[in-house]
Design a protein around this ligand. Structure first.
Ligand SMILES: Nc1ncnc2c1ncn2[C@@H]1O[C@H](COP(=O)(O)OP(=O)(O)O)[C@@H](O)[C@H]1O
Ligand SMILES: [Mg+2]
Length: 447
């Protein structure tokens, strides 16, 4: 602060002092009285001028100094105000930015966040929690968490965490709106003013499902491998126990063992194939491929099998189909699988037709048969691993239940899709939908 001091004070105090120093002795000495009575002499006039001048000048200068002082003070105050305002703005924008960051984080977090006060009322809730609990935020905030979560165990844990400060973890199973398993972690969020609790919700439904699928898969694989192996073992034992002596029986048994071991080998091949496709580790050599090429290769590969079973296998492809973006070997594998199924499940005398058409940047290749069809409830599941409509019947046809699962994976790795339509007693149509080569809208973006 640069307010006037010292010298400026002297500036208006000095004339006042001179006035006093002149005026006091002048009055006290009685000269003023004499001058009034007898008339002033030149010295008196001089003294009056000095005194009057000093007493006029001093307040004038004083006023100027005071004004200058006030102005300087005002400037200082102004500066200080501006500085304070800037500080405030900076702090405010810092806070707002922090809040914005926090908002963005909360908004985009996959985990649900609930902040519950010491009365266990919901103070804050993010969109993920909203989704998980199926209650909109504006309805939840301010309410007792029990009215929103309906979970007494959580309530108990919240009370404990608020009392002890020790974090806790629990599992929340919900049946509505859908089957859901949430992992909830409860931690104390105490501030200077009050104790609150933070509930972090994580949806573990999918990972639990995957775990269960993995367990089921292992059980299925074991069972599938075990069945032919048990049969081979049984026949081998019977042979060793004496059946070898009877050449006809022995031959029959060895034939069965051969069939079972082929089935086992096929199963293992398909399992390996499936694991490669599922893990995305298989190499795809994609290139523009003419649908006619795929269809012709599939037809000629399976024509002998169709003929042997007495099934008419036909292929009709328009000439002007655009090429698809795909790995020909893999796509022939998919189509062969579909035609193989069609031949396998269609009784003798039936028809299997391969046809193709293009629409909206995609090519649709269909395999239609006049077989038994697939019941509606099974349609949604036949692409699952090991799923077979009629387990007993497919055993005799040597099916593994893996073919369609592999086909679906391969088609999806191409950015395509596989569909099925079927009517019991009339037949089934499987359609493979593939992106056209060089169509950026149709080609999936893969890293
Ligand atoms: N063309 C079809 N007609 C009738 N049922 C079919 C047809 N294709 C597949 N299925 C049913 O779907 C199941 C799964 O097929 P897939 O995965 O190829 O296994 P599989 O090794 O049994 O052929 C088959 O077991 C069969 O029940
Ligand atoms: Mg099959």
């Amino acid at each position: 602060m640069n307010a006037p001091q010292g010298a400026p004070l002297l500036r208006f105090a000095l004339p006042a002092a001179i006035g006093l120093a002149t005026g006091l002795p002048y009055v006290l000495s009685g000269r003023l009285r004499a001058a009034v009575l007898t008339g002033p002499g030149p010295l008196d006039v001089l003294a009056w001028l000095v005194i009057a001048g000093a007493f006029l000048l001093s307040p004038l200068l004083g006023y100027r100094e005071a004004r200058r002082f006030a102005q300087a003070l005002e400037r200082e105050l102004d500066l200080a105000k501006k500085r304070a305002e800037r500080d405030y703005q900076e702090r405010l924008s810092g806070l707002l930015l922090e809040k914005a960051h926090l908002d963005v984080i909360l908004r985009h977090m996959a985990d649900g966040i609930l902040l519950v006060d010491h009365d266990r009322r919901i103070v804050l809730m993010n969109p993920a929690a909203e989704r998980m609990l199926g209650v909109p935020r504006h309805e939840a905030v301010g309410r007792d968490h029990l009215e929103v979560t309906h979970h007494f165990d959580l309530d108990e844990r919240l009370a404990r965490v608020l009392a002890t400060g020790e974090p806790e973890t629990l599992e929340i199973r919900r049946a509505l709106p859908s089957q859901q398993i949430l992992e909830a972690r409860v931690a104390l969020a105490a501030s200077a003013q009050e104790r609150a609790a933070l509930v972090m919700l994580r949806d573990i439904t999918r990972s639990r499902q995957l775990e269960q699928m993995r367990t089921e898969f292992v059980a299925n694989v074991t069972h599938e491998l075990r069945t032919p192996l048990t049969s081979i073992q049984g026949f081998a034992e019977t042979l060793l126990e004496g059946a070898l002596e009877d050449p006809d029986t022995a031959r029959h048994f060895v034939e069965i063992m051969h069939r079972e071991s082929s089935h086992l080998a096929a199963l293992i091949d398909e399992l390996l194939d499936l694991s490669r496709v599922e893990s995305g580790k298989f190499r795809m050599r994609r290139r523009p491929t003419r649908p006619a090429e795929l269809i012709e290769a599939t037809r000629s590969r399976l024509a002998p099998k169709a003929e042997k079973k007495g099934i008419e296998l036909t292929a009709g492809v328009p000439d002007d189909l655009p090429p698809v973006d795909g790995d020909p070997d893999r796509l022939i594998q998919v189509l062969s699988n579909l035609v193989d199924n069609a031949i396998k499940y269609t009784p003798a005398g039936g028809r299997v037709e391969l046809r193709a058409a293009a629409a909206e940047g995609r090519v649709r290749i269909a395999v239609a048969d006049t077989g038994p069809g697939i019941p509606q409830p099974d349609l949604g599941r036949i692409f699952e691993r090991f799923y077979r409509v009629d387990k007993a019947r497919t055993r005799t046809t040597g099916g593994t239940g893996l073919g369609l699962a592999i086909a679906k994976h391969i088609v999806e790795a191409h950015g395509g899709a596989i569909e099925v339509e079927s009517e019991v007693g009339r037949g089934s149509t499987f359609t493979v939908i593939l992106p056209v080569a060089g169509d950026p809208a149709a080609t999936p973006k893969r890293p």
